[in-house]
Design a protein around this ligand. Structure first.
Ligand code: GAP
Length: 425
């Protein structure tokens, strides 16, 4: 967390006013990492597939959506309150009936709805209550017919969305792991109910592989099927992709068989026939849904936790982030060895050439080369390029690898090709 703040990955929201319970701001490097995760997901789940289309739905929806979806009645956690210090906890997060903070007596659990409420229009009464969406999925379900007709997709096909979701979590924590405002990446895959089992297995594997493709360690990733008593109110079956964080194995994403639950509910509550008509068999039916629902913030935290490392070089401690090169927020740094003999100009030209390719390249001429390397190791920059005395003689620079520490001489003319090879997975 402290490295994340110092280097501009993640700050506490409204920090100068003491912050606000578990909301976070992404700094210059954090936003790059977040965009990488978002783009990677969109590329793999939407752009590369003919059978998935995207959408971007509103955060505020007609409140009837949340009655139909079951969130008004069922999206709640059991809450207990300490009689002494008045702190509140999720009852499944505490053991026994005494407060983990002060030892005071805990109340009986009562159910607490996790949806944030606000009001639409100038009157703050019951009739104007709307909710901040707790999942992006419902925006997709209520648009199922619109999207299917407009895009002329045939079942099986998917609708994908990335967007903010909000939950008034009782217990938050572990940095950006559980917060009240977060970003989801969700795919709702519509298929014939007879095919749901097959697609469930397919998406479990496909989503697990996506995390591996980000360069996350295989031995810290696992799949875990839900026990029947942990299933969400809409799910028939669910498997979580989990990562072994320093605070234990925790969920990154859920792949769920939601059956026909959501479309059935919306069909009944809206009175609109949103069934699918198969153009070949002429069968009219409510499709089943396989959902993959992951958190962008949790993926960013996973990448940071997985990349964090400490080692020793020449008797000196080094703190570094071992990002896979293709997801590093800074791809390369360029240093002039000294601030004279035309070296800064050559280094700046290299930075400009790299930036023209939309690579995030940084120029740094401050302090010794060793210190500059260290600064780049701390933000996980995979390659550091140094312009030195030899550059003006033979047009070569050194490229230093963050992980192996090996320095190679590369001609400036082939630098782009050299980096392209290494920055692609
Ligand atoms: N549409 C299904 C759904 O929302 P979920 O398991 O409640 O399922 C899906 O949430 C994912 O959203 C989680 O796996 C997690 O990555 C992310 N998520 C949920 N609550 C979160 C929170 N309070 N903070 C950060 N991410 C959260």
């Amino acid at each position: 967390m402290s490295l994340g703040k110092r280097k501009g990955f993640i700050f506490q929201s409204s920090e100068i006013y003491g912050g606000l319970g578990s909301t976070w701001d992404y700094g210059p490097l954090g936003v790059e990492l977040k965009r990488t995760v978002t783009d990677h997901w969109w590329t793999e789940v939407v752009s590369k597939r003919e059978d998935v289309v995207g959408m971007d739905t509103a955060i505020l929806m007609n409140p009837k959506v949340w009655e139909a979806s079951g969130h008004v009645d069922s999206f709640q956690d059991p809450l207990v309150e300490c009689g002494e210090c008045r702190r509140r906890f999720r009852s499944d997060h505490v053991e026994g009936d005494t407060c983990p903070e002060c030892g005071g007596p805990l109340s009986e659990p009562r159910m607490f709805n996790l949806m944030f409420k606000t009001f639409i229009g100038p009157l703050e009464d019951e009739g104007s209550v709307v909710y901040l969406r707790p999942e992006t999925a419902q925006g997709i379900f209520v648009n199922f017919r619109n999207v299917q007709e407009a895009s002329r997709q045939k079942i099986p096909f998917g609708i994908a969305q990335i967007g903010k979701a909000f939950r008034n979590e009782i217990t938050v924590g572990n940095f950006i792991f559980r917060s009240r405002e977060f970003q989801q990446m969700e795919l709702e895959w519509f298929c014939h109910p007879d095919e749901a089992d097959r697609w469930f297995e397919y998406w479990i594997q496909s989503r697990f592989d996506w995390y591996l493709n980000l360069g996350i360690s295989r031995e810290r990733l696992r799949l875990r099927p839900h026990e029947p008593d942990e299933l969400a109110h809409y799910a028939k079956e669910c498997q979580d992709v989990e990562y072994e964080f320093p605070f234990g194995w925790s969920e990154l994403e859920g792949i769920a068989d939601r059956g026909t639950y959501d479309l059935d509910q919306h069909l009944e509550h809206s009175g609109k026939d949103i069934r699918y008509l198969d153009p070949i068999s002429h069968e009219k039916y409510v499709p089943a849904v396989i959902e993959s629902s992951g958190g962008i913030d949790r993926t960013v935290l996973t990448i940071l936790a997985d990349a964090y490392d400490e080692d020793e070089i020449g008797g000196e401690q080094r703190m570094l982030l071992r990002f896979a090169p293709h997801i590093a927020p800074v791809q390369a740094a360029v240093f002039p060895l000294v601030k004279r003999e035309g070296m800064p100009e050559t280094a700046r030209k290299i930075v400009n050439d790299l930036r023209k390719r939309a690579w995030n390249a940084l120029y740094d001429e401050g302090g010794s080369i060793g210190r500059r390397y260290r600064r780049m190791d701390e933000v996980g920059t995979p390659f550091c390029i140094t312009v030195d005395g030899q550059t003006s003689e033979d047009q070569t620079v050194t490229v230093r690898d963050r992980d192996t520490l090996v320095q190679e001489r590369v001609s400036t003319g082939s630098l782009i090709e050299y980096l392209t090879e290494r920055l692609n997975p």
